[in-house]
Design a protein around this ligand. Structure first.
Ligand code: MEV
Length: 323
């Protein structure tokens, strides 16, 4: 029986995290670390999942029971919900064997759940010979993410689908590719896994108690994103670095910075980076910095010296593709 394999890239948030949840734009880039999902039809009404990278082996569920158990690993929750949404939208149903394989650990905050969701939906639409536009794929994947975790702007799904670097607004209200060669980035991992939904919830509490102040911070983040979009089109890395530093100050102001992130960020700046900030929800995970080629080694050494792990990634990667 036909076996289809699709792969989708992870992402790095460049500017505008959190504010994007409140309708402001952000800049995101796809990275060359990918997740692939293979799907084949099988007889019967069982969905089998093997996802060895997240410790799932021989997971089985009846199609009629998809989404019913609370007690399933996070990776499987996205797969089950994506299938429910796909079967409902296209009025098809079939037993499936699904295998996933990842180039990166789900702990890095590169968006593994989103990449799995996108690659799976691309693979099943291909398997059933259904023509689907990128925006339709985005809408189906975004519904899946909201069904599972309740919050999120969908920026990571857009990166997984379109690839490259995008200027993005919540729910796909704007998805605009930005022309840029390769971001001269160094990525440092703090070693601490963070939970996006919890951090978004904490920012929501702050928003409720200090709405006017936090709205102003989000407005400033929007200005940073718009300015960064102009600078990147002119290769203005020095200025982009400064914008990263300002964005970081504002992220600190809304309470998502941590001691460990800060250590890596300061080390990167002091060893010659143009600028540095956390990337994503904060609370741990990764920081990014913009670095000239001749400073890269010194910055990487400074990050490692502070206990961080340098993750080698290339930006502007290709979006979802059938392999
Ligand atoms: C998390 O990586 C980025 C947030 O803006 C959440 C989202 O946009 O979905 C905090």
């Amino acid at each position: 029986m036909k076996k289809i394999r699709a792969s989708a890239p992870g992402k790095l948030m460049l500017f505008g995290e959190h504010a994007v949840v409140y309708g402001r734009p952000c800049l995101v880039t796809a990275v060359d670390k990918r997740i692939s999902v293979s799907v084949s039809g099988i007889l019967g009404d069982i969905v089998w999942v093997d996802a060895p990278d997240v410790g799932i082996k021989n997971y089985q569920c009846r199609i009629s029971d998809l989404g019913k158990s609370e007690d399933v690993p996070k990776g499987v929750r996205f797969i089950e919900r994506a299938l429910i949404n796909f079967f409902e939208k296209y009025g098809v149903k079939k037993g499936l064997r699904i295998e996933t394989k990842s180039d990166f650990s789900s702990k890095f905050g590169f968006g593994s759940s989103s990449a799995v969701t996108v690659a799976l939906l691309a693979a099943v639409t291909e398997l059933f010979s259904i023509k689907i536009s990128k925006k339709e794929l985005f809408d189906l994947a975004y519904k899946t993410v909201l069904d599972v975790q309740g919050v999120g702007s969908g920026f990571d799904l857009a990166a997984a689908i379109w690839g490259g670097t995008l200027y993005f607004k919540k729910g796909g209200k704007k998805i605009e590719p930005i022309l840029v060669k390769e971001w001269p980035l160094v990525v440092g991992y703090t070693g601490i896994k963070a939970d996006t939904a919890i951090l978004v919830g904490e920012v929501a509490k702050l928003y409720t108690s200090h709405k006017e102040v936090v709205e102003n911070i989000f407005d400033d983040m929007e200005k940073i994103v718009n300015q960064a979009k102009r600078e990147v089109e002119m290769d203005g890395y020095n200025s982009l670095g400064e914008l990263m530093n300002i964005n970081q100050g504002l992220l600190d102001a809304i309470g998502v910075n941590t001691f460990e992130l800060n250590n890596l960020i300061i080390a990167a700046r002091e060893s010659g980076a143009w600028g540095a900030k956390l990337s994503g929800a904060g609370g741990g995970d990764c920081m990014i910095c913009l670095v000239a080629n001749n400073k890269r080694l010194a910055v990487e050494k400074a990050i490692t010296g502070k206990g961080g792990t340098v993750l080698k990634v290339k930006t502007n990667a290709l979006g979802v593709k059938i392999e």
